[in-house]
Design a protein around this ligand. Structure first.
Ligand SMILES: Nc1ncnc2c1ncn2[C@@H]1O[C@H](COP(=O)(O)OP(=O)(O)OP(=O)(O)O)[C@@H](O)[C@H]1O
Ligand SMILES: O=P(O)(O)OC[C@H]1O[C@H](OP(=O)(O)OP(=O)(O)O)[C@H](O)[C@@H]1O
Ligand SMILES: O=C(O)c1cccnc1
Length: 475
């Protein structure tokens, strides 16, 4: 992992310099949350915490950084000295990677000296916004594929190396089963998988020779690309010829890949031909600019597809290429006195939720069926025995007050241990799937999903109203 301490916006350093001098003993708590879900979905899959941990663990400034700061000439010697001896003293709380999170609820909080916590804003958002975006897109594709494996094929179309590497990691957390990206596969212990490119077939005198050469080299990994010339008149018949030869030699043919044309018609015909030739177990893999809309349509058309290879639309989240997660000041602390903070702004939607907080997932009592999330003040008890008055956390909502009873509550924000060993992405994917299974199925629908309620406790709602009123009077 590179040192990413300078991957930040200049103003973070300018503020940190000012905080260092003007608020020298003040602590701050910042919340990471987002307001809108990509593709009009109902939740985001939180991803990227491991890379945040690695970044903050290694947060320091070396001689060349300090020389550069001197050259910039923006900050004084005392602050540069502080940076030279920088020791991060922040604590993080976060939801587990793979957790489905809803608008406005903190998925990560940072508490520590205000100049330090401020400095972390940009890099934390960079990491979490990217990986959570791709994990969420991957979850949509996985949902559309309805149990058929997704192979991640996007390295060539990702926006640069980091997007390919960490995008693949996120895609697996979101549900992808394998990747063609060898570096990501090695780094994150993801199954590496793939077929062949058209160049292999073009390079030989004819398609049959190309397939035979491949089968000779990889007799137990013979997924043949059948659309270089003519899928039904040449590709599939040649593949069947080679599959028969492989079978005679005691090998199990893997299948075919189709990368163009009307996929439903081609897959249906190819399936019949393979079955008639005695290869019902040969798999059909489809690729070519697939997204969740096309996948849903193909399945609805009855296309007999076993695997989906998905590149550009997944690795770039092409339909919604940005997740606008934010990092907002929630509280300051001076001499043990915690002061909640609010941002009002001209847009009602941007009203923040003040104070140090915890997020709870609420379940119907004695079950694993979640029905709402609850944002509470960090130190207020959330009793699950009595009825609880709660308020909609959406500043644009009209139905404000609700009463809850008969529920269990699970805290989502957990302390982050900086020197913990990384959890495998396969485990994160399983955790994510388990957590998704607790949510109402209608929240996962690709079009017009049900809105899942995110409430605030009465105390938090009151605090927000008070601060809003004070801020308005002050202004
Ligand atoms: N039966 C189908 N129903 C819905 N979408 C399909 C179907 N068959 C293919 N598609 C999708 O339609 C889009 C266009 O397919 P088409 O084969 O025309 O692509 P292309 O870009 O012309 O092919 P090529 O990759 O050879 O240039 C692709 O995203 C493909 O996945
Ligand atoms: O379409 P994606 O979802 O990104 O999937 C990956 C694509 O990458 C390869 O295409 P290639 O680079 O060989 O170009 P071409 O097939 O478009 O000619 C492969 O054949 C897929 O079509
Ligand atoms: O292995 C494959 O089939 C593959 C890999 C990357 C892009 N397209 C296809």
């Amino acid at each position: 992992m590179r040192n990413l301490s300078l991957l930040t916006d200049l103003y973070e350093f300018s503020m940190a310099n000012g905080f260092h001098h003007d608020l020298p003993t003040t602590n701050a708590t910042f919340d990471v949350f987002y307001r809108r879900v990509p593709d009009a979905g109902s939740f985001v899959i939180a991803a990227g915490l491991q890379q945040v941990i690695e970044t903050v663990r290694d947060f320091h400034f070396d001689d060349s950084d300090l020389a550069y700061f001197r050259q910039l000439g923006l900050w004084d010697a005392d602050f540069l000295d502080y940076l030279a001896n920088f020791k991060l003293d922040c604590t993080l709380q976060a939801v587990a990677e793979g957790t489905p999170v809803f608008p406005r609820e903190p998925l990560l909080t940072v508490t520590g000296p205000i100049e330090q916590a401020q400095l972390l804003e940009t890099v934390i958002l960079n990491i979490l916004n990217h990986q959570s975006l791709i994990a969420t897109k991957s979850r949509r594709l996985t949902f559309a594929a309805a149990g058929r494996p997704i192979m991640e094929f996007g390295a060539r179309r990702a926006q640069g190396p980091d997007s390919a590497i960490y995008g693949t990691r996120a895609a697996v957390i979101g549900g992808a089963k394998s990747t063609s990206n060898v570096l990501a596969a090695k780094l994150f212990d993801i199954p590496a998988a793939g077929t062949m490119a058209h160049s292999w077939i073009e390079a030989f005198p004819d398609e049959l020779t190309a397939f035979r050469q491949w089968a000779a080299r990889y007799p137990d990994n013979s997924a043949l690309l059948v659309d270089t010339y003519d899928v039904l008149n040449s590709g599939v018949p040649n593949a069947i010829t080679v599959f028969k030869e492989l079978k005679r030699a005691g090998h199990q043919p893997v299948g075919i890949r189709i990368d163009s044309g009307d996929v439903t018609i081609l897959a249906q015909q190819a399936r019949k031909m393979l079955n008639n030739a005695g290869f019902p177990e040969a798999k059909i893999t489809i690729s070519n600019a697939l997204d969740e809309t096309i996948i849903t349509s193909l399945i609805q058309q009855g296309a007999p597809i076993d695997n989906f290879g998905i590149g550009e639309k997944l690795i770039t989240s092409a339909s919604t290429p940005v997740l606008s997660g934010v990092y907002k000041l929630a509280a300051t602390e001076l001499n043990g006195h915690v002061e909640p903070k609010i941002k009002v702004s001209a847009s009602r939607e941007k009203l923040t939720i003040p104070g140090r907080k915890q997020v709870y997932r609420l379940y119907r009592k004695g079950t694993k069926t979640a029905f709402a999330d609850l944002i509470a003040l960090e130190d207020e008890p959330v009793t699950t025995t009595d009825t609880l008055a709660v308020f909609n956390s959406d500043p644009l909502s009209v139905d404000h007050a609700h009463t809850l009873s008969d529920f269990d509550a699970r805290a989502l924000l957990e302390p982050v241990t900086i020197d913990t060993t990384a959890i495998s992405v396969k485990t994160l994917r399983a955790t994510s799937q388990r957590q998704l299974s607790e949510l109402p199925r209608a929240t996962q629908r690709l079009v017009n999903p049900d809105i899942y309620p995110v409430y605030m406790t009465a105390a938090l709602s009151r605090l927000q109203a008070e601060l809003l009123q004070r801020a308005t009077v002050k202004a």
